[in-house]
Design a protein around this ligand. Structure first.
Ligand code: DX5
Ligand code: ZN
Length: 220
């Protein structure tokens, strides 16, 4: 199990897109610090969501949450400056698109943000080994990215255990995040496998009592 205390990062994708400000307030009002933002380009994944202007507008509206920015883009390196300028705190890029990942991750830090590397369910853990000592966060997708509300992929648990083992063996400090189909039960399984950072879209926004939901996660 990770030594890091659990962080819950609700995904705005599952919020009310006609009232994003209220959906963001629900996160802050529940006592949370992180907000997960899913950026999709219709190429890397078959869906479209927000752009940097959405982040900038939320900042202008007074949102102070930590923006955990998940780029599902075919050419992520082209957009990191824009997302940093728009108010991102952490920018994660996928390992699958061909780009200079080391340079992109270094650029994210140069812009004053934390960086993250993301793996799709079909990508083996070994794919991120070359950049493992350069990241603040590893995000293991527990669904095929593109849409909220999909069932959790339990077959991703061995991948989590493997990455957590490397983290301990190498004395690395990155956070280990999971994203897709996370609720209290699947979150607990991931916590036992080494995860410490939990994206929750559907389960967070469907919870009747957000504070109670958050309290349960804090106890993971
Ligand atoms: C999927 C996104 C997720 C998604 C999670 O492509 O990366 O962040 O919003 O949604 P739930 O929690 O509903 O599976
Ligand atoms: Zn995400």
């Amino acid at each position: 199990m990770s030594a890091l205390s659990p962080i819950l990062a609700p995904s705005l994708l599952a919020g009310d897109h006609a009232n994003l400000a209220a959906s963001v307030s629900r996160v802050a009002d529940a006592g949370l610090d992180w907000l997960h933002l899913d950026l999709m380009d219709g190429h890397f994944v078959p869906n479209l969501t927000f752009g940097p202007e959405t982040l900038a507008a939320l900042r202008r509206a007074g949102c102070r949450l930590f923006f955990d920015t998940h780029l599902m883009l075919a050419e992520p390196h082209r957009y990191i400056d824009a997302f940093a300028k728009a108010g991102a705190n952490l920018i994660s890029v996928h390992i699958e698109p061909s780009c200079d990942h080391a340079a992109t991750l270094a650029r994210i830090r140069q812009l004053g943000c934390q960086n993250g590397i993301v793996l799709n369910p079909g990508t083996p853990a070994e794919a991120i080994l070359p950049v493992l000592d350069q990241v603040d966060l590893v995000l293991v997708m527990t669904v095929q990215p593109g849409f909220g509300g999909q069932p959790f992929r339990r077959d991703m648990l061995p991948k989590l255990r493997q990455i957590d083992t490397w983290r301990r063996q190498r004395g690395l400090k990155f956070r280990l995040e999971v994203d897709g189909g996370i609720d209290l039960a699947t979150g607990r399984e991931c916590r036992e496998a080494g995860a410490d950072t939990f994206v929750a879209g559907t389960s967070f926004y469907k919870a009747t009592d957000a504070r109670e939901f958050v309290a349960s996660f804090a106890g993971l």
